[in-house]
Design a protein around this ligand. Structure first.
Ligand code: ZN
Ligand code: ZN
Length: 380
């Protein structure tokens, strides 16, 4: 297709706290190095609900801090329908998963392959327009071609948040044969348990919510415990764990402090959840026990996004227990952002399909792709 100035689409536009409007916007035109995607599924997370509840935080202003309306959506997949100048790969019709974070490619961190801490890092759906819309443009450098993955759009829409978990686990160095502890099993915590277990490590997950612990078990956790039942050290001792890696996903100061108290010398501690304020920690213990404290943010498109797609395909039962229903844009606030902000989401992940008018069941069936080399070989 070729977009003209008169073509419009429906998009979720963020203007400030409690002000997300579903409205007509011009279909964007891909610039050099960009493609136009017809969005097929788009997820939301706590970042979006925080913008809606109390923003603007990251959304609603451009890189220089000037206010701007922003189309939300940083977890999405779409079909390539138009290509800007100089685009290699990504033919029209390709299925593209978006990594969302845009990096410059030449600063000191980009040169080191750490594009997620690029000096000018910014994200579609926050500082720039994103995928809670029928169409969006994205630079191909932040896309992964998932045409041959055999996964549905609803499943592929989980790629970006799963890549965030892949990144956290990669940063930790966790590997098979080690024990890990994950504190907090909602959203990213569940994905983190899944990725940690996929390394072959033994994973213990703690949460205050029994249903989240059930989910962690289905995602591969070896053991779970109610965080309110017993002190962390007692749980670890009772289950016979020797954790070398701790992930604090809940963002609770108490959770992080308890890890500092119970971790054995040499432990790697990864605060994944954002601490809401300055936290007092026993740093003499940090020194003497030779802890490694590891930061983690977003993900590295080139390394973490392909691995996320691979791990999505590796779960034989599909992902209906994570995201069972897909919403139309008109229900984004009422059934998506608001319940998430209130802490009462009805699903682990909320997905949106910008082309539907009423909710539909999510489709997580995987199909062998006709362009999959193995399938093509079998057919020829
Ligand atoms: Zn997100
Ligand atoms: Zn850079």
């Amino acid at each position: 297709m070729s977009a003209t100035m008169t073509d419009t689409m429906t998009a979720a536009v963020f203007r400030g706290a409690h002000d997300v409007q579903i409205e007509a916007r011009p279909i964007p035109v891909p610039g050099p190095g960009e493609v136009l995607l017809r969005v097929t599924a788009s997820g939301i997370c706590g970042t979006d609900s925080a913008e809606w509840a109390s923003g603007p935080h990251l959304a609603g202003r451009d890189l220089s801090g000037e206010p701007r309306d922003t189309v939300l959506g940083h977890e999405f997949v779409g079909t390539v329908v138009d290509r800007g100048e100089g685009v290699e790969g990504f033919p029209v019709g390709a299925t593209a998963v978006c990594g969302a974070g845009v990096s410059c490619g030449h600063c000191v961190m980009c040169r080191a392959g750490r594009t997620n801490v690029c000096r000018t890092y910014h994200s579609l759906g926050l500082q720039d327009d994103g995928g809670l819309a029928q169409y969006t443009v994205a630079p191909v450098g932040i896309l992964f071609d998932a045409t041959d993955s055999g996964l549905s759009s609803d499943t592929l829409a989980l790629s970006q948040p799963l890549a965030v978990a892949v990144h956290a686990v990669r940063r930790s160095g966790l590997h098979a044969g080690q024990d890990a502890v994950v504190i907090g099993a909602g959203g990213i915590g569940g994905f983190l348990a899944y990725v940690a277990a996929a390394t072959g490590a033994r994973v213990l997950v703690l949460d205050l919510d029994p249903s989240r612990l059930d989910l962690a078990t289905r995602l591969g956790a070896s053991d779970t415990a109610l965080a309110s039942d017993a002190p962390l050290g007692d749980v670890i001792a009772r289950l016979g764990y020797e954790p070398e890696v701790f992930f604090e996903v809940s963002g609770s100061a108490q959770g992080l402090a308890s890890i500092f108290d119970v971790a054995a010398p040499g432990a790697v501690i990864v605060p994944v959840g954002l601490q809401k304020k300055r936290t007092e920690l026993d740093l003499s213990r940090f020194t003497l026990a030779e802890f490694t404290l590891v930061g983690t943010v977003a993900h590295v498109v080139a390394d973490d996004l392909p691995e996320a797609v691979r791990l999505l395909a590796a779960r034989a039962d599909g992902w209906s227990d994570i995201a069972s229903e897909v919403l139309p844009l008109d229900l984004l606030v009422e059934r998506g952002l608001q319940p998430l902000a209130d802490g009462s989401p009805t699903q682990i992940k909320t997905l949106v399909d910008p082309w539907i008018d009423v909710p539909r069941p999510a489709d997580h069936a995987s199909t062998p792709s006709a362009t999959d080399p193995n399938t093509a070989e079998a057919l020829s």
